[in-house]
Design a binder for this molecule. Structure first.
Ligand code: FES
Ligand SMILES: [Fe+2]
Length: 439
């Protein structure tokens, strides 16, 4: 349970809020490079409570500026994206990617008024096919987090994004909670394989539905071990990585594991998007693998058939059709006969739970058990980071330590006496060219 003050602290992300300030110290993954077209249509964005407009310049650089034109507040969404700048169509004021007003055609040519006008604009950089945004004050900006997939060729990565109408913390807490997998994501008859060769893991999860949780605080965030009883005096450990501020890597599966990364990026206090990718560290995806990942629903990705038609609202191309308005398309017959939840798409099983907690869950009402250890630790890390930044001006230590992000999640069978954290140290280090088998 949290106090009301702590719940507010952790869930508010607008300008000037302590956790909002924490998020502003990190580069945030926002657009896929292909979403912004040079001299193409600007896109609405909403980040950390701020209404913004994104565009790509003639020269290829990406811009992100305040939505309201500094002249008299008309939306820059309608702007003309031309000759390396975005021009407001109301009176023609034009801005570059730094937010400087570079043309003011409704003022006399001799006027120097335009030099006094500066719009809020945020630095961007592109890496790993993603446009990253930095909303903090440090100049030069800190480095990007050293995530291993940033330098992989596009042929080894499949990426996607999804908007959810909840506070960011609900999404993140769902990701680091291994215990829900035995329930909301389970099948009634575990002998029915889901095609991913996971029947052994499904069986372990069905037989031991109360994993033993252990957490270790690290340079980058929190490393979470969830151990379940397994045959032959073994324990099945799934290791989830939480990396500040809101990155997650959950355990992969199988002998040639496809790995994953996701980040929960707050749009405002009651909306978030999750952006992420599946990647293979050592080989390209086959066309069939790529097709399957792009078309089907995944842990956090919407299937092709269930995507809501794109709109021009912020990240409006990234909504799933199942939502609260249609009860996430729950099928009671399916629930009786086949799956625990009766909700078809994997991500929607999570979303139905997270959205019905309310836009901002009131954590003064919760009752946390031993399976919630990871959630408690991650909240503490964020709260402590926010207080240190607010009260002492202390920069989160990982911001200038990009190398600490070179880690991996894991899924292994260990002997009962082995300590999961020590036993997996090497496997959790992201080593280029290596991709150890998982279970
Ligand atoms: S409101 Fe944008 S130029 Fe006047
Ligand atoms: Fe889940």
């Amino acid at each position: 349970m949290l106090s009301r003050a702590d719940n507010d602290l952790l869930t508010q992300v607008g300008p000037g809020t302590p956790v909002g300030q924490v998020f502003r110290q990190y580069w945030l993954p926002v657009f896929f490079a292909y979403e912004l077209e040079a001299d193409g249509a600007p896109l609405r964005a909403k980040l950390l409570g701020e209404d913004l407009i994104a565009w790509r310049n003639t020269d290829g650089s990406a811009g992100l500026m305040q939505n309201a034109c500094p002249h008299r507040g008309a939306s820059m969404f309608f702007g003309r994206n031309e000759e390396n700048g975005l021009r407001c169509v109301y009176h023609g004021w034009k801005f570059d990617v730094e937010g400087s007003c570079v043309d003011m055609p409704n003022e006399p040519a001799e006027s120097n008024f335009k030099h006094k006008i500066k719009a809020a604009a945020y630095p961007t950089q592109e890496r790993g096919g993603i446009v990253w945004v930095y909303m903090g004050a440090e100049r030069p900006e800190p480095p990007l987090p050293g995530l291993e997939w940033l330098d992989l060729p596009a042929s080894q990565v499949v990426a996607s994004k999804r908007v959810a109408p909840t506070n960011w913390l609900q999404g993140l807490e769902g990701e680091i909670d291994q215990s829900h997998v035995s329930f909301v994501h389970s099948r009634l008859n575990v002998a029915q394989s889901d095609g991913r060769n996971r029947s052994m893991v499904d069986l372990i999860r069905a037989l031991d539905r109360h994993p033993h949780f252990e957490v270790v605080e690290t340079d980058y965030g929190v490393c979470i071990g969830a151990g379940r009883e397994a045959p032959d005096n073994q324990k099945y450990w799934r290791i989830t990585q939480h990396l500040m501020p809101s990155h997650v890597m959950t355990g992969p599966y199988g002998p040639d594991p496809v790995r994953n990364w996701r980040c929960w990026v707050p749009m405002d206090d009651t909306n978030v998007f999750v952006i992420g990718c599946s990647f293979h560290p050592t080989r390209v995806f086959t066309p069939e693998e790529r097709q399957r990942m792009e078309d089907n629903a995944g842990v956090w990705t919407v299937s092709k058939a269930m995507r809501r038609p794109a709109t021009s609202e912020p990240f409006g191309a990234w909504y799933g059709l199942p939502d609260l308005g249609n009860d996430f398309l729950v099928d009671r017959e399916l629930q009786r006969t086949t799956t625990y939840s009766g909700i078809a798409e994997f991500w929607a099983q999570d979303s139905a739970m997270q959205v019905t907690m309310g836009p901002i869950y009131d954590r003064t009402k919760e009752h946390l058990g031993t399976s919630d250890t990871a959630i408690i630790t991650v909240r503490r890390r964020m709260a402590a980071t926010a207080r240190a930044l607010q009260e002492q001006g202390t920069m989160p230590r990982e911001v200038y330590n990009p190398g600490c992000y070179m880690v991996r999640s894991d899924a292994v069978l260990l002997q009962l006496g082995d300590h999961w954290f020590e036993a997996t140290a090497e496997r959790r280090t992201a080593t280029p060219g290596l991709n150890p088998a998982c279970v």
